[in-house]
Design a protein around this ligand. Structure first.
Ligand code: CO
Length: 210
């Protein structure tokens, strides 16, 4: 009986063959290194694959994913990815991409215990607290969830701007823009929330580094 994971390995061979057929030096070029212009911070959700939904190839996007696309400033994993992307790869754009129907965000809106993950979801509850009156005023639970997905993305973009890594890049006149997007799993379309941050001008003074 064929094990389901074997399908992945045979798919991989077919994919590699097809890539080489279309562009014979595809892997030669990639093996020489990467110069991606974008860092993607997205949700781990299997329905939101960064390259596929943006029509990009290997080599084009540096990717970090976690539950509910969070920028948690004590997360060594996120910080290491961010540092490497900004300081070494010198990406020009960092995109935080959330998605409607995010299980992490929906779970964070409720009161049920899920175990260890509750500690991760706490960061989303903290975002809720910041916008409690606006969110509580939305009576439709699904609508409220969509709003929290958007507010959470905006908050994570702001949190990127609070890191010394991003602020140092701006101070060094590095071309670095932060974006907040939401992917709609109902139609496959990404909505740009219009948060486009390229400096500390609008930031609360206490977060600005000299
Ligand atoms: Co999600």
């Amino acid at each position: 009986m064929e094990k389901s994971y074997q399908k992945l390995l045979s798919n991989n061979k077919a994919w590699a063959n097809e890539k080489t057929r279309v562009e014979p030096d595809f892997f030669d070029k990639l093996s020489k290194g990467q110069t991606p212009e974008y860092l993607w911070i997205g949700c781990s959700d299997s329905r939101v694959p960064a390259n596929e939904i943006t029509g990009t190839n290997p080599g084009e996007i540096f990717v970090h994913r976690n539950i509910a696309n969070m920028v948690v400033h004590s997360d060594m994993n996120m910080l290491s990815v961010l540092s490497y992307a900004v300081e070494v790869l010198k990406v020009k754009h960092i995109i935080v991409c959330g998605h409607y129907g995010c299980g992490g965000v929906i779970a964070a809106m409720g009161n049920k215990q899920f175990g260890l993950i509750d500690n991760w979801l706490r960061h989303i509850k903290d975002v809720y607290r910041l916008h409690q009156s606006e969110l509580d005023a939305i009576t439709d639970i699904e609508e409220r969830g969509r709003k929290l997905v958007e507010l959470n993305v905006i908050e994570q973009v702001n949190d990127l701007g609070k890191t010394s890594i991003v602020q140092n890049a701006w101070k060094n006149k590095q071309d670095l823009h932060l974006h907040g997007w939401v992917y709609d799993i109902n139609d496959g379309i990404i909505n740009d929330l219009g948060v486009n941050i390229k400096g500390t001008d609008d930031m609360l003074a206490v977060y600005k580094f000299d």
